[in-house]
Design a protein. Sequence first.
Length: 246
Amino acid sequence: MTPLVLLSGWGIDARIWQPLAPHWSANQAVHAPDWPGYGERLGVPVPASLDALADSMCHDLPPSAIWVGWSLGGLLAGALLDHLPPPRGLVLLGIGERFCRRSGVTSAELATFRRAFGRHPHATWQHFLRWQLLGEPAPRLAHRRLLDLIGHAPPATLQALATGLEQLSSIDLTVQLSAPPCPIHRIAGAHDPLAPTTERHQVDSLLADTGHCPMLTRPDDLAQLLSALADEAGRVVPAFTAGRDR
């Protein structure tokens, strides 16, 4: 079975994936690295470019694995396809070609959020945690579960958070997804408040009764789906060879 690399999103470190642990297949290999400036890599300088980020993450993102990127993690994983040898597959969870869309989170809304973050970063981070959970069946319970995992302070440096907001604003995967160097599978929660309704229904797998954070509210379904994709990838001879050697 193909290994899975799980990549977290803005303002949240790799501990977000812990609820999936009891639900993996017995032989499923899973690695959940932190981005520079997050969690266990809090002291690692935040790379100034995607090329530098590729250098920092190359050992965590092997071509023999499936990369699973959630939210900002999906945008970064997709962007790194231009900088690293391509994986066996890329899973985009809760994200499309870009973060800002006219019928979802608009560029103006993100700009307002970034200004608020510049003035009150901790309060703005707390607001974001609640906002992204609005599509869950029990948002308050999901919020408590999230805080039990990551704590009440941002698990990232201010520089990492600010850089992440710039990346949410600027990264566009339209080119990468139009001619992908590896198979790409898109997953969304049926009630994701951060995604346009039309986009949610164009994904490959739609998870019912959840929103942007299925790892908190549907960890069993998400783990089973990812394990199935890993099992399928393990039975397929890779047909994609494009990519940058490193």
